[in-house]
Write a protein that binds this ligand. Structure first.
Ligand code: 13P
Length: 343
C-alpha cells in the first residue's frame, strides 16, 4: 500500500461515465424523507429502502461506488449479506461518511464547522476492515454579504485537510466535499467567488498535509445563484462559471471531480451536469456526479415503502442513473426522459 492503490481506487470511482450514489443521509434526514412518503422510519425501513436501491439490476453500469451511512455499513441485506459485500458482488465500491455533522462554529454566528476528527483513525481502521474503500467528509459554507468569514474558511479547510490525510494513511480514498449552500439571495458571480475562495483554501490545506492529490476525489457544488436570488441564469452560464472556477483552483493531479446535486431537482441536476460536460472540452480531471437527492427522489416516490413496488423504485432509480451517467459524458438529451430504463 498505498500510493498505487489509492490512485487506482480514485480513478475507478470516476472512470467510464460512472459516478457515485450518495446514500449516506443521517438517520434523522432519511427518516424525515421516509415520513414525508408515509413510511414509518425504523432501522428496517431504512435498510429496505437502501437495499432496494443497491440491488437494482444493472445499476453497476452507471454507479461506481456508494457512500454509506454508519447504520447501513453495519446492516445486512434481506439475504443476510453485509452491504459492503453486496455492493462488491454488484460491481460497486463501498464508501462511508465519516464526519459527525456540521455544528455551530464558535466565534462566528450562523456558520458551521464539521466535527468528527476525534477517534477518526480508529473508526477508519474498523470501516476498512468492513470493506470500505473510500470515505466522505462534508464541509458546509453559508453565503451572505458578510459570510463566509475567513475563520469559517480556514477551520473547515483545516478539518478537510486533516480528514483526508488520515484517510490516506489508512488506505481509504477521501472524497473531499465542500458545499456552498444555495440558501440565500446571492448571485452566480458571488457563488463563483466563494467557491473559488473555498477551493483555494481547501487545496492549500490538503497540500500542507501532503495529501496525495492523485488519490482523492473532489466533491464540489456547481456554481449557481442562491435559491432565493431573482437572477435567471442559463445552463450554459452555470457550466461556464463552474468550469472557470475548477480550472482556476483544482490542480490537474486530481483524478476526478464529482458534483453534489445540492437540492436541484433530478432533471435540473442532469441538465446542468450535461451542460458542464458539453462545454468542458479536455479537462485534466474526469467530471462526474456524486448525487444524493437527484438520484434518489424519483425512486423513493415510486417505491413508497411497498414491497410490491420495489421493481418500480428500481426502474426509476436505473432511469435517473442512466440519464445522469449520459450527462457526465455530455450525451444526455431530454428525449431520454421518455425512454424506459430497459430500452
Ligand atoms: P445531494 O446531491 O442531495 O446534495 O447530496 C450529496 C451529498 O453527499 C451531500 O453531502
Amino acid at each position: 500500500m498505498f500510493v498505487k492503490d489509492l490512485h487506482a481506487t480514485a480513478e475507478a470511482l470516476v472512470a467510464g461515465r460512472k459516478g457515485l450514489l450518495a446514500a449516506d443521509e443521517t438517520v434523522s434526514t432519511l427518516s424525515r424523507r421516509l415520513v414525508a412518503r408515509g413510511i414509518e422510519p425504523t432501522p428496517d425501513s431504512r435498510r429496505s429502502y437502501r437495499e432496494m436501491l443497491f440491488s437494482t439490476p444493472r445499476i453497476g453500469d452507471y454507479i461506481s461506488g456508494v457512500i454509506l451511512h454508519e447504520e447501513t455499513i453495519r446492516q445486512r441485506s434481506s439475504a443476510g449479506i453485509a452491504f459492503p459485500k453486496l455492493l462488491g458482488q454488484l460491481g460497486m465500491l463501498a464508501g462511508i461518511k465519516v464526519d459527525r455533522g456540521a455544528n455551530p462554529l464558535a466565534g462566528s454566528s450562523g456558520e458551521h464547522i464539521t466535527d468528527g476528527l476525534d477517534g477518526l483513525r480508529d473508526r477508519l481502521k474498523e470501516y476498512a476492515a468492513m470493506g470500505a474503500r473510500f470515505a466522505k467528509w462534508r464541509a458546509v459554507i453559508v453565503v451572505s454579504e458578510t459570510r463566509p468569514t475567513p475563520l469559517c474558511l480556514r477551520d473547515n479547510a483545516h478539518a478537510l485537510g486533516r480528514y483526508a490525510a488520515i484517510c490516506q494513511e489508512q488506505g481509504l480514498v477521501p472524497i473531499v466535499e465542500a458545499e456552498i449552500m444555495t440558501d440565500g439571495t446571492h448571485t452566480i458571480e458571488r457563488c463563483e467567488e466563494v467557491t473559488g475562495a473555498v477551493l483555494r483554501q481547501v487545496f492549500a490545506a490538503l497540500l500542507d498535509r501532503k495529501v496525495l492529490l492523485e488519490g482523492m476525489v473532489l466533491k464540489p457544488n456547481m456554481v449557481v445563484p442562491g435559491s432565493m436570488s431573482p437572477q435567471a441564469v442559463s445552463s450554459q452560464a452555470i457550466a461556464a462559471a463552474t468550469l472557470r472556477c475548477l480550472r482556476r483552483f483544482v490542480p490537474a493531479a486530481v483524478p476526478g471531480v464529482a458534483f453534489l446535486s445540492g437540492g436541484q431537482d433530478p432533471f435540473e441536476a442532469t441538465v446542468h451536469l450535461n451542460a458542464i460536460a458539453q462545454q468542458s472540452g479536455a479537462t485534466p480531471w474526469q467530471l462526474t456526479f456524486s448525487f444524493g437527492r437527484a438520484l434518489q427522489d424519483e425512486a423513493l416516490r415510486a417505491w413508497g415503502g411497498w414491497p410490491e413496488h420495489v421493481g418500480a423504485g428500481q426502474l426509476a432509480f436505473l432511469h435517473r442513473a442512466r440519464c445522469v451517467s449520459s450527462a457526465a459524458a455530455g450525451s444526455y438529451s431530454a428525449a431520454m426522459e421518455d425512454q424506459s430504463a430497459v430500452a
